[in-house]
Design a protein around this ligand. Structure first.
Ligand code: GDP
Ligand code: MG
Length: 296
């Protein structure tokens, strides 16, 4: 009877279930103001994630972000619905005293865990709990080309304890290729020296194959990204890019910057892993902490 299970039939059921349920994926962008966070949110939505969203000729200037603000797009591909939400945050570090400037961000992240927890402990739970938890937090590092500022280190240290942090070098077009590479190495050393564990965390590699794949990504982190929300004509094709006196920097061209790597990591290759780690590690430690508190 059990000689042949017919695994294809099981896989098909799983597929149909995912198609029916769809899934939610939430990203947040964090960093000092003026580093291109809001532009990057638009870049993500306008890039190949969802070509539909872009309407040429309807560009608007991005206003300064003054509060936490979420944008949601439902992307449908091959019958599967993905609800992608990106939360934009106002810049911090603009004050003379930046003490506790991370508080609003950390509060927001914890509030989403709390929401989920409240649904989960109800006696009659929803079949599918709405998920607003932040699965990936993109941290923008200013392109100084020197080293990480104490503020960046402290912020990332705190964030990395509660969320998957994906650091990027902002506005990488302001650095030469050599400067980008040197800065990247330096940041990797700084993060290691301060025991800050950014995504993909070495501790959570599941097997040697995982390790191999993730090692390759870790070498490239932080990605040197460029954002743009304008389209230009290049060789008869419309491309997202920044027009300069010297030419167009194409954000989706891997020869120009590492935005494609960031997008692929978040939305393609590591989407499920980001969700799993959020649920099994970050949310789990929030849950344990909270339930311990209320038992005291
Ligand atoms: P935010 O404060 O972090 O949200 O930054 P914005 O997205 O509002 O961008 C601030 C300014 O930087 C705008 O004038 C953008 O056009 C510009 N900008 C955004 N991304 C880039 C980039 O990758 N390279 C360069 N050179 N400028 C950028
Ligand atoms: Mg902004």
């Amino acid at each position: 009877l059990f000689g042949y299970v017919g695994i294809e039939a099981v896989l098909e059921q799983m597929k149909v279930k995912t198609m029916k349920m769809g899934f939610e994926f939430n990203i947040m962008v964090v960093g000092q103001s003026g580093l291109g966070k809001s532009t990057m949110v638009n870049t993500l939505f306008k890039s190949k994630v969802s070509r539909k969203a872009s309407q040429p000729g309807q560009e608007e200037r991005i206003p300064k972000t003054v509060q936490l603000q979420s944008v949601t797009h439902v992307i449908e591909e091959k019958g599967v619905k993905m609800k992608l939400t990106v939360t934009d945050t106002p810049g911090f570090g603009d004050q003379i005293n930046n003490e506790n400037c991370w508080d609003p961000i950390i509060k927001y992240i914890n509030e989403q865990y709390e929401r989920y927890l409240r649904e989960e402990i109800l006696i009659t739970r929803k079949r599918k709990i709405p998920d607003s938890r932040v699965h990936g937090c993109v941290y923008f590092i200013p392109p100084t080309g020197h080293w990480l500022r104490p503020l960046d280190l402290e912020f990332m240290r705190r964030l990395s304890k509660i969320v998957n942090v994906v650091p990027v070098i902002a506005k990488a077009d302001t650095l030469t290729l050599e400067e980008r590479e040197e800065f990247k190495q330096r940041i990797q050393r700084d993060l290691k020296a301060h025991a800050i564990s950014v995504y993909p965390q070495e501790d959570f590699d599941e097997d040697p194959d995982d390790r191999l794949l993730n090692d390759r990504i870790r070498e490239k982190i932080p990605f040197a990204v460029v954002g743009a929300d304008q389209e230009h004509q290049v060789n008869g094709k419309r491309v997202l890019g920044r027009k300069t006196k010297w030419g167009i920097i194409e954000v989706e061209n891997p020869a120009h910057c590492e935005f494609p790597m960031l997008r692929d990591l978040l939305i393609r290759s590591h989407l499920q892993d980001l969700k799993d780690i959020t649920h099994n590690v970050h949310y789990e430690s929030y849950r344990v902490r909270r339930l311990n508190e209320s038992n005291r």
